[in-house]
Design a binder for this molecule. Structure first.
Ligand SMILES: [Zn+2]
Length: 274
C-alpha cells in the first residue's frame, strides 16, 4: 500500500522521469477488476488525456496527483505505479496504461483495490481526496505540538493508538504500514489506549512520528513497497512481514504479528508497552 513516504517518492520520481512528455495513447480498464475505481466512464479517458503534456507531480497523504494539461491524473493508495522505457515489455494486466510520444509508458495496476482517476482539473469532489489535500501534512512545520494536541478529543480518548493514528484519515498518508515503526520507535504498543498517554508520551509519539516518516522518505520509501521503477524502497522496515519472527533490533525478543482491526500489527512484546 502506498502511504506518505512512498507517495512522496513516487511524485518526485514522476517529476524527474515523465514531466513534459505528451500522451499518445491511453488504455483504461483493460483488465477487469472489481475494486478498480475510475472517474466516470474510463472509455472517455483518451478524449480527456490525448495530446496533453505531463506536469510536475505532487503527493497528498497516500495519493499521487499528476497534472496533464487541463486534466488531472490521480492515483490512490492501492495502485502500483510503474514507468517503462520504450523498449521494455509492458505487463499483460493493468487498469490504466498511458503511453507517451517517445514510446515510454506509465502503467497503473490495482492489487486489492485502488483508484485510477482522470478528470478535468478541479472537477473531482471525492471526499478522501479533498481531505488529503486540506489536512495539515504530518511533515510540515504546521504539524506541531499544538496541532497534534488538537487531534485529541473526548471522542478519541477510548481509542487505541492504532485506531487514533491510522484511521479516519486523521493524519493523511499515515496508514497501518508506517504505523508499525512509528510505534516501535515510540516504545508504545498498537493497542495502547489514547487516554493512557501523558503529556510527555504525546511529545514522544509526535517526535517518533516525524522522525520515522522522515527516515522513510529519505530512504526512498519502505522496503515492503516498490518505487516507480519496480525497485523496493531503501528504508529497512523494523516491523513488517519482512521482520516478523526475527529478533527485535533493540532487545532481541522475537517480533510478533497479530490480527487487529482489519489488518496485521507487528510489535516487540518487550519494548512496546500498552
Ligand atoms: Zn524489543
Amino acid at each position: 500500500m502506498i502511504e506518505l513516504p512512498e507517495a512522496k517518492v513516487l511524485a518526485k520520481q514522476i517529476s524527474e522521469t515523465i514531466v513534459g512528455k505528451r500522451v499518445k495513447k491511453v488504455t483504461a480498464a483493460k483488465s477487469p477488476h472489481k475494486f478498480a475505481w475510475y472517474y466516470g466512464d474510463p472509455k472517455e479517458y483518451p478524449d480527456l488525456l490525448l495530446g496533453k503534456a505531463i506536469g510536475a507531480a505532487a503527493s497528498y497523504g497516500g495519493m499521487v496527483e499528476i497534472p496533464a494539461g487541463d486534466a488531472t491524473l490521480l492515483f490512490g493508495d492501492g495502485v502500483n505505479l510503474r514507468y517503462f522505457e520504450a523498449q521494455e515489455k509492458l505487463p499483460d494486466k493493468h487498469q490504466l496504461c498511458i503511453e507517451f510520444e517517445d514510446g515510454s509508458s506509465l502503467v497503473g495496476s490495482v492489487r486489492m483495490y485502488g483508484g485510477l482517476w482522470a478528470f478535468p482539473t478541479g472537477r473531482f469532489d471525492n471526499k478522501y481526496y479533498q481531505l488529503s489535500k486540506e489536512k495539515t501534512p504530518p511533515l510540515s512545520d504546521a504539524f506541531d505540538r499544538a496541532y497534534f494536541d488538537s487531534l485529541f478529543s473526548e471522542s478519541t480518548s477510548k481509542l487505541s493508538l492504532k485506531a487514533f493514528l491510522a484511521t479516519e484519515q486523521r493524519i493523511p498518508g499515515l496508514g497501518n504500514g508506517v504505523l508499525q515503526d512509528i510505534l516501535f520507535n515510540a516504545k508504545m504498543h498498537p493497542k495502547k489506549k489514547v487516554n493512557t498517554l501523558s503529556g510527555k508520551g504525546k511529545e514522544e509519539l509526535l517526535g517518533s512520528l516525524k522522525a520515522t516518516l522522515t527516515q522513510m522518505v529519505d530512504g526512498g520509501g519502505r522496503d515492503t513497497e516498490t518505487d516507480l521503477h519496480g525497485r523496493p524502497g531503501g528504508y529497512k522496515t523494523l516491523l513488517s512481514r519482512n521482520t516478523v519472527n526475527n529478533p527485535c533490533s533493540v532487545c532481541g525478543t522475537i517480533i510478533r504479528k497479530e490480527a487487529y482491526m482489519g489488518g496485521s500489527i507487528y510489535f516487540c512484546p518487550q519494548c512496546q508497552k500498552t
